[in-house]
Design a protein around this ligand. Structure first.
Ligand SMILES: Cc1ncc(COP(=O)(O)O)c(C=O)c1O
Length: 475
């Protein structure tokens, strides 16, 4: 084991330098040419294993650096990382208490805390939940719970000629489509409801879509709203959608994979007001809370709903009727063997406390405001969507350019050029037909100076690319 520990020490101390470019991977074809990942009949020596690990880290984007703004996480949550290592050491699994006693208690405590933040425990209710392999799976289970609620016999008999219809906004994450596919709902029966100018689901359009389904004799069964949309960070109105859901007896699920942590903050939890009115809730700890992937949960207001919906089999050999049976989380899950994701989340929550996460949200929201002000003060940058959360979608738009397609190409080129030059690493995204630069502020080590340099670099890169283009056109 000492050999492995020595390599880990070298990896941490030497192979993840702070001064390296945030991205340094060549194209896939080039990497295939220069890196030998072939497996063979004979075992390899320690030296070649070490080389492979070094290359692995070298070519991976440095997500731990503060100029990594591409995804919905950035930086390093050290207690969580330690928890992840210890989880691998234990190799605990989460179907029964016997093979994961401490992670089971930790998962139950996390679920209590998460439910308290969402408000599902109001009025003495005893909500439940189970950790899952990411927000997509949490949304899948949310839709599955809704299907079970509307048609309990669907689990055993299948659709039986019924057409079930689900509703999300046109800004929702694509996991809704995956869920409709996996659950046999059919992706054509997932309605993308129009969003308004702020990127929030339009309640009038939602009502209209439900009426249209009912007129066709279909069964509306699921409304999935989003707290923190992927591209612009918009928060759908829980109160408005809950009114419609209740009126028709439809299950209301909140996808809080990205935005849920605003609930930690006194100042910003208003963004998710009335979250307790939903029936289920998805929360990713591997996004804003920056716990190593994967760490997520599906929270459910109605006790017993998960087991009723997800259970099936395993009683003959696994789920013994012993004194710990109530602590076996396996029957609430669609997995059998399941990694003990609770420790890494629990350890970082223990280390930071609710206040630590609240401070992170407050700091990042303040940084976002600074960033938006800088963009609005600039003559050649413009915001493409309101920034309620820490997604800043903007574009370089010099006065002389009016063609939307040229603006799209230019902004995509800016992102690629900055990445090829070693950073910062941002991405481009499309919102309501216009393309811009999506800057995610998920790392509270980013300074205001860094931000203003990043924006200046976008402008400078844009200017240079336009000049290059002009020279080519003019020969
Ligand atoms: C709003 C939203 N929901 C769900 C997901 C899916 O989460 P995961 O990648 O954990 O499956 C994402 C991912 O970006 C997201 O932004």
């Amino acid at each position: 084991m000492q050999d492995q520990l020595d390599i880990l020490t070298r990896a941490v101390n030497e192979w993840m330098p702070a001064e390296r470019p945030v991205s340094q991977a060549p194209s896939a074809a080039e990497l295939e040419r220069i890196l030998d990942v072939s497996l063979g009949k004979e075992g390899a020596d320690q030296q070649s294993l070490e080389e492979a690990l070094k290359a692995y880290l070298h070519y991976n984007p440095a997500v731990y650096k503060s100029d990594f703004h591409k995804l919905l996480y950035s930086g390093q949550n050290k207690p969580a990382l330690l928890g992840d290592w210890i989880t691998s050491l234990s190799n605990a699994t989460m179907h029964t208490y016997q093979v994961g006693p401490v992670p089971t208690l930790m998962e139950l405590e996390l679920i209590r805390q998460w439910n308290a933040l969402v408000g599902f425990d109001r009025d003495g209710n005893q909500p439940e939940g189970v950790m899952v392999a990411g927000g997509s799976q949490a949304n899948l289970i949310g839709m599955m719970l809704a299907r079970h609620h509307a048609c309990p016999d669907y689990k055993t008999r299948g659709a039986g000629g019924r057409t079930l219809v689900a509703y999300v906004s046109d800004q929702a994450h694509y996991s809704g489509q995956k869920a409709a596919n996996v659950l046999g709902i059919g992706t054509d029966n997932l309605v993308a409801v129009a969003s308004d100018d702020t990127g929030r689901i339009c309640p009038v359009a939602l009502q209209r879509e439900i009426d249209s389904s009912l007129a066709k004799g279909h069964v509306p069964f699921y409304i999935g709203i989003t707290a923190g949309t992927t591209v612009t960070g918009a928060f759908d109105s829980v109160a408005d959608c809950s009114r419609i859901a209740r009126q028709h007896g439809i299950w209301l699920h909140i996808d809080g994979a990205w935005g849920a942590p605003v609930l930690f903050s006194e100042e910003h939890r208003h963004l998710l007001a009335d979250s307790h009115l939903a029936d289920s809730f998805a929360w990713d700890a591997h996004k804003m809370m920056n716990v190593p992937l994967t760490a997520a949960v599906i929270l459910v207001k109605q006790p017993g709903a998960l087991k009723s919906c997800c259970s099936g089999g395993g009683g003959e050999y696994l789920f013994h009727a012993d004194e710990n049976a109530d602590y076996n989380l396996g029957e609430r899950s669609i997995q059998c063997g399941r990694r003990a994701d609770s420790l890494k989340v629990w350890l970082s929550w223990k280390a930071m406390g609710n206040q630590g996460f609240a401070a992170k949200i407050d700091d990042l929201q303040a940084l976002k405001t600074t960033c938006v002000n800088l963009i609005e003060d600039s003559e050649s940058l413009e915001m493409l969507a309101p920034a309620a959360y820490v997604n800043v979608l903007f574009r370089y738009h010099p006065a002389q350019l009016t063609d939307e397609d040229e603006l799209r190409q230019l902004n995509i080129a800016i992102c690629k050029q900055m990445m090829n030059n070693g950073g910062p690493y941002v991405d481009y995204a499309q919102y309501k037909g216009r393309y811009g630069i999506r800057l995610i502020l998920a790392n509270d080590e980013v300074s205001e100076t860094q931000l203003s340099s990043l924006l200046a670099l976008c402008e400078q890169t844009g200017r240079e690319m336009l000049e290059l283009h002009r020279q080519v056109v003019n020969g």
